[in-house]
Ligand binder design. Structure first.
Ligand SMILES: [Fe+2]
Length: 315
């Protein structure tokens, strides 16, 4: 029953046109389905990563959506990608012991987690991106790049995949909410922070986290999801494009402490925030869960500026 990744995130939103523009500006590709499409004519606006994961945007009152965990635009269903049909059947059988489970016409298993978020499980789509070489780095007496600039200017790099999702959950019952994923769905905890929440890895992936349940805000709703860029220059360039498109940056550029990922965050009209991330730690099965009584801190560094203007100079 191995879960490999986030397969789809389904949102119920108040302004579909703005949400479609936001995800297109983030570098995702529109998908045209039968009777649906990015033109707003159908039931959903659908976007895909190069790895075949989907963002699905539906109108907030769409009766096909699971009930909301929070008021307003937000995440309504998290669809996890499973390796095979037998795994889906095992998950459906296990969940049916203590909660309602529906299997739709496409064989997708739908249910709810302890917080009330819609969860679903489907076969993962097989789609792998060709791996281009990473930029080489030059330093003193360590030259990786001779007679060659690092990048072509003016590129507009696209994210590769949805790499993680962070949800807010209430403090009351937070241990049961987290244990549901650890014990029933075989996630592994990488960092467990008593006053904040738990970072988790799907059984079939090696990221520091694919999933974070955070009880510190003591509310239920989406915190953010992250699109992975291949390297730092790409993270900066895609973020700059978002700024140029008028989207509001909601956190200063930095590098997280737990997970070590570089990040840029933008407020999303679909609810919560969108993170562009890269260079996250990878943990194998031998990595022991780190347990913290108190949050060790949010970041290693964040960008500080002395107020340099948009032209990049101050005198
Ligand atoms: Fe994140």
């Amino acid at each position: 029953m191995t879960i490999y990744r986030i397969e789809e995130l389904v949102f119920g939103v108040e302004d579909r046109a703005a949400c479609a523009r936001f995800h297109a500006d983030a570098g995702l590709d529109p998908v045209v389905l039968d009777g649906e499409g990015p033109d707003g004519e159908g039931d959903a606006d659908v976007f895909t990563t190069p790895e075949g994961q989907r963002i699905i945007l539906k109108s907030i009152g769409d009766p096909s959506l699971p009930p909301p965990a929070e008021a307003g635009s937000g995440l309504r269903e998290i669809v996890w990608g499973v390796g095979d049909r037998a795994g889906l059947d095992r998950i459906a059988g296990d969940l049916a012991r203590d909660r309602a489970v529906q299997v739709d016409g496409e064989g997708v298993v739908h249910s709810r987690d302890e917080t009330g978020f819609g969860i679903a499980f489907r076969l993962r789509r097989e789609r792998q991106v060709a791996t281009e070489p990473l930029p080489r780095v030059n330093s003193v007496r360590q030259v990786q790049r001779w007679n060659d600039p690092p990048l072509l200017p003016g590129t507009r790099p696209r994210p590769v995949r949805i790499v993680h999702l962070a949800l807010n959950i209430p403090k009351a019952g937070h241990r049961e909410a987290i244990d549901f994923y650890l014990r029933r769905l075989r996630f592994r905890a990488t960092d467990d922070i008593a006053d904040t929440g738990t970072f988790m890895q799907c059984e079939g992936d090696v990221e520091h986290h694919n999933f974070f349940l955070c009880h510190r805000p003591d509310s239920a709703g989406i915190n953010h999801f992250a699109l992975e860029m291949r390297h730092f220059d790409q993270l900066i360039e895609r973020g700059n494009h978002m700024v140029s498109c008028g989207w509001r940056e909601s956190r200063v550029l930095g590098r997280h402490l737990l997970g070590s990922n570089l990040y840029r965050f933008f407020a999303s009209p679909a609810g919560g925030r969108l993170e562009f991330a890269c260079d996250m730690d990878r943990m194998d099965k031998d990595f022991p869960t780190r347990r913290w009584d108190r949050n060790p801190g949010h970041h290693i560094w964040t960008l500080k500026s002395s107020g340099i203007g948009a032209e990049g100079r101050n005198g």
